[in-house]
Design a protein around this ligand. Structure first.
Ligand code: IMP
Length: 423
């Protein structure tokens, strides 16, 4: 089997876009399996940052076919805008983009609902991206959702939207079904050539030994089942999400590349034990450009949390790790890695707690590494890294017990150390 999964090991924004872009040079197909426009992959194309939200980052490789799997949720308008943006940049997508006919649709009322629910939650809000992703999945599980296949049957579509909105009496008045249909119809006409049975397509391509890369959005600690619930997204970025979100059985997934930054970041609400001290965090955020690709919100920044990452390696069966943004740690005197947590009652724990309040009250126990002064941006050979950076990477490998095979030393595709080819 020639399949690789690329999965974020923390709270998203690990730099998966660049790793996918790099690995998809050799991929025949890149498939996304969950999430919607809440994701933001910034890929540097012709030297400029180009943020994508729904279309897989593999689209920049001319020969790669991109698939939006059944586990994703699709905002038609945003998808169409992304296609236009790519065409403007000269990226030819004809015959290279397929959207699952089983994927669920995010409508304007989902976006409204997302905002309203966050408002109602007040201080207990999740800090969502307001892209309507959570409410789309809620409808999917409530069995009132509307899927891509339904878009091609206008009369049925009207009935389905009516039924959906009839279950939300509190906001029913706000939406005019006729105008929703009028807005979506021209887009459907333009996009319908992309709608296919991706379950069949992916399985038969894998059986033909074609190289398929599964691109995770968000990250393990944002997984609705395995993450820091309720401060999570509404889908499964972890490995199980691939099977349900593409219809490809787990027995067909060979390698699992876990992606982690050389430090930690988190956007939105929820516990973040290794957060930096305020002053350092503010300076570091600017230096490392840690602002959300989807919302522009400042990301919280902190030290590498090996407790969380180890847990993520376990649940995903990670076979190798890609470390990103190592260059951003240049000039930091002492680099810390959290190896255990101390609980409120003084116990040392090395496993990731399920109880979110417990996680928010833990105090990290750190191992310290010496920093390096020199700018390492753009280094492409491991042997050219300062010895302190090599010690840091070796330390992470020892703690996590997984090999680091890719090290990113800058945002561009070329600014990467590949210690071992994965394909
Ligand atoms: P939602 O996915 O918009 O419902 O937001 C739920 C949580 O996931 C919030 O904390 C968001 O900030 C976070 N989130 C969603 N997508 C991403 C992402 O691509 N990167 C980082 N955080 C994300």
């Amino acid at each position: 089997m020639n399949t690789i999964a690329v999965i974020g090991l923390s709270w998203g924004d690990e730099g998966k876009g660049k790793i996918v872009d790099l690995l998809s040079e050799k991929a025949d197909i890149v498939a996304r399996y969950q999430g919607g426009t809440n994701a933001g992959h910034t890929v540097y194309y012709k030297g400029e940052p180009l943020p994508l939200h729904l279309i897989p980052s593999g689209i920049f490789n001319k020969k790669t076919i991109c698939v939006i799997g059944n586990g994703c949720v699709v905002n038609l308008k945003s998808l169409y805008e992304e296609i236009i943006l790519l065409e403007k940049e000269g990226v030819d997508i004809q015959g290279r983009l397929f959207i699952s006919d089983r994927a669920h649709i995010t409508f304007p009322f989902h976006i409204y609902e997302d905002k309203k629910i966050e408002e109602i939650k007040g201080s207990k809000k999740v800090g969502t991206t307001f892209k309507g992703v959570g409410p789309t999945y809620t409808d999917k599980y409530a069995r009132t959702g509307i899927r891509v296949a339904d878009l091609l049957h206008l009369d049925d579509l009207k009935t389905l939207i009516e039924f959906n909105l009839s279950t939300k009496k509190w906001m029913r008045e706000k939406f005019n079904i006729k105008s929703i249909l009028e807005e979506c119809q021209p887009i459907v006409n333009k996009l319908k050539e992309y709608f296919i049975d991706t379950v069949l397509f992916l399985n038969s391509e894998i059986d033909k030994e074609r190289k398929v890369l599964f691109e995770g959005a968000q990250g393990t600690l944002l997984d609705v089942d395995l993450g820091t619930y309720p401060y999570v997204t509404s889908s499964n970025p972890t490995i199980g999400g691939i099977s349900t979100g593409t219809g490809v059985p787990s027995s067909k997934i060979k390698d699992v590349v876990g992606v982690a930054k050389a430090y930690a970041t988190r956007i939105g609400e929820g516990p973040f034990p290794t957060v930096f001290e305020r002053d350092f965090e503010d300076r570091f955020r600017k230096h490392a450009k840690e602002f959300g690709a989807t919302t522009g919100r400042p990301r919280r920044c902190g030290w590498f949390d090996a407790v969380g990452i180890k847990y993520a390696c376990m649940v995903n069966g990670v076979t190798s790790i890609a470390i990103t943004k190592l260059d951003c740690l240049s000039g930091v005197d002492k680099i810390k890695v959290c190896v255990e947590y101390r609980t409120k009652d003084g116990k040392r724990v090395s496993s990731f707690p399920a109880y979110t309040k417990e996680l928010s009250e833990t105090i990290p126990i750190y191992e310290e590494f010496k920093g390096w002064k020199q700018d390492i941006r753009g280094i492409v050979k491991a042997r050219l890294l300062p010895s302190e950076a090599l010690d840091y990477l070796k330390g992470l490998e020892d703690i996590l017990n997984v090999d680091i095979t890719i090290i990113s030393t800058g945002p561009n595709r070329k600014e990467t150390i590949v210690k071992k080819e994965i394909w």
